[in-house]
Design a protein around this ligand. Structure first.
Ligand code: FEO
Length: 184
């Protein structure tokens, strides 16, 4: 039997630890999916979209590490998630960003469930820690919705796709303008 280490700092229930590891999986999956999308965009010549997605893949990895640190500092054990089934090919640039939006909506739902759980069991330390993710999801959803919207506003004919690719580079600034008092 493995000797239980004394962890006077342990403040997580086993269920909360498991749920936080579930969120680690979601963030790791985001990072992997966006990296794959970035690579596809690169091969297709959508250079601004590729840059955007490489950046976002890295951001998602940072979100995952934030959770790693929290779980371990709270006396739990953060687990490197198993990630498989990553899609490598896409039918269009629009499909890429529709999938980004769909994925971000799933991440928001997952964070909301986790926050609700922490509130219910009065784990207010975890509840408080997770507020950062709530704000972050507001920004990420705003960006993803705008990305999909660009395809309708600009249209894909002629120089449309080239223009959309240029506009993708400005999405982070768009989110800051739309949500001036939220997040970093
Ligand atoms: Fe960190 Fe976009 O989920």
């Amino acid at each position: 039997m493995v000797k239980q280490l004394v962890t006077p700092k342990r403040s997580l229930t086993e269920e909360t630890e498991e749920r936080l590891n579930g969120q680690i999986m979601m963030e790791g999956l985001s990072s992997a999916r966006y990296l794959s999308m970035a690579s596809w965009c690169d091969t297709m010549g959508y250079v601004k979209s590729a840059d955007f997605l490489y950046r976002h893949s890295e951001e998602e990895r940072q979100h995952m590490l934030k959770l790693f640190n929290y779980v371990n500092n709270a006396g739990g054990h953060a687990l490197q998630p198993e990630i498989s089934g990553i899609k490598h090919k896409f039918n269009s640039l629009r499909e890429v960003f529709e999938e980004v939006l769909g994925h971000e909506l799933e991440v928001t739902e997952s964070i909301n469930d986790l926050v609700e759980h922490c509130f219910k069991i009065k784990d207010f330390a975890s509840f408080n820690f997770l507020q950062w993710f709530i704000t972050e999801q507001r920004e990420e959803e705003t960006i993803a919705r705008r990305a999909v919207e660009l395809f309708d506003i600009i249209g894909e004919e002629g120089v449309g796709l080239w223009t959309i690719d240029q506009e993708i580079a400005k999405l982070e600034d768009f989110a800051v303008e739309q949500l001036p008092n939220e997040g970093e």
